[in-house]
Design a protein around this ligand. Structure first.
Ligand SMILES: O=C[C@H](O)COP(=O)(O)O
Length: 258
């Protein structure tokens, strides 16, 4: 029986302005009870422009919900127009930062080197990375999903010390399942999540690998979350579309009731 606390994180992507963010987090706060937070860690990843509003709400009302950003610059400061740095995110008391989401890889040409630099930047500033990995459809069709995903993992973790790696969160998100309604089967999720844990054991130690939380992401909904969470190496979900509906997100958090 795993002692890892599941992490249910809502990645809002480029949705919800700061006023909508406040209303949404208030809804979650109203619906979620202490027993939910005891069973599951709950987090939201709003757009950068919402973070101050979310921080004010969480701090002011002492909410147990965690929050974080969807990206981080590898640089601390300077002439990097449009970028947001680790010091800025830690000043806003972010807990998490997503790194290497497939949409960042696709639209912003992020690769293993970028992800590695961003993972290190996150730790440098006290943020916990949610490192996203996962294969596209062509790789899946070729049966190369495990090797491809492990290569992404190796690159992003290069030279990362064990005392940092032990707190990382890995999100396995097969690209073909993101926003498509095409959810991976629980067995598909387990195959790659299990392989990720195996690689962490090779790179570091079994003890470390057993501590790391590995999420599944890709068309997670209240109707399919329980079966995915029943897999031994799946420790949570990174939820996109379904996280924009507060009632649905609460149902996902309460996956044991589904
Ligand atoms: O970060 C979240 C994933 O990209 C999943 O998105 P989705 O739940 O809309 O498929």
């Amino acid at each position: 029986m795993s002692t890892r606390t599941p992490l249910m994180a809502g990645n809002w992507k480029m949705n919800l302005n700061h006023l909508e963010a406040i209303a949404h987090v208030q809804k979650l706060a109203f619906a979620l009870a202490d027993k939910d937070y005891e069973a599951v860690e709950v987090a939201v990843l709003p757009p950068f422009t919402d973070l101050r509003s979310v921080q004010t709400l969480v701090d002011g009302d002492k909410l147990k919900i965690k929050y974080g950003a969807q990206d981080i610059s590898a640089q601390d400061s300077g002439a990097y127009t449009g970028e947001i740095s680790g010091p800025m995110l830690s000043k806003l008391k972010c807990t998490y930062v997503a790194i290497g989401h497939s949409e960042r890889r696709q639209y912003h040409h992020e690769n293993e080197e970028t992800c590695n630099a961003k993972v290190k930047a996150a730790y440098k500033h006290g943020l916990t990375p949610i490192l996203c990995v996962g294969e596209g459809l062509d790789i899946r069709k070729a049966g190369q999903q495990v090797q491809y995903t492990l290569n992404q993992l190796d690159g992003a973790l290069k030279d990362l010390p064990a005392e940092q790696a032990e707190s990382i969160v890995i999100a396995y998100e097969p690209v073909w399942a993101i926003g498509t309604g095409e959810v991976a089967t629980p067995e598909d999720a387990q195959e790659v999540c299990g392989a990720i844990r195996g690689r962490l054991a090779e790179l570091y130690s079994q003890e470390l690998a057993d501590k790391v939380r590995i999420q599944y992401g890709g068309s997670v909904k209240s109707g399919n979350v329980a079966a995915i969470m029943a897999q031994p190496d799946v420790d949570g979900a990174l939820i996109g579309g379904a996280a924009l509906d507060a009632d649905e997100f609460v149902k996902i958090v309460r996956f044991r009731d589904q």
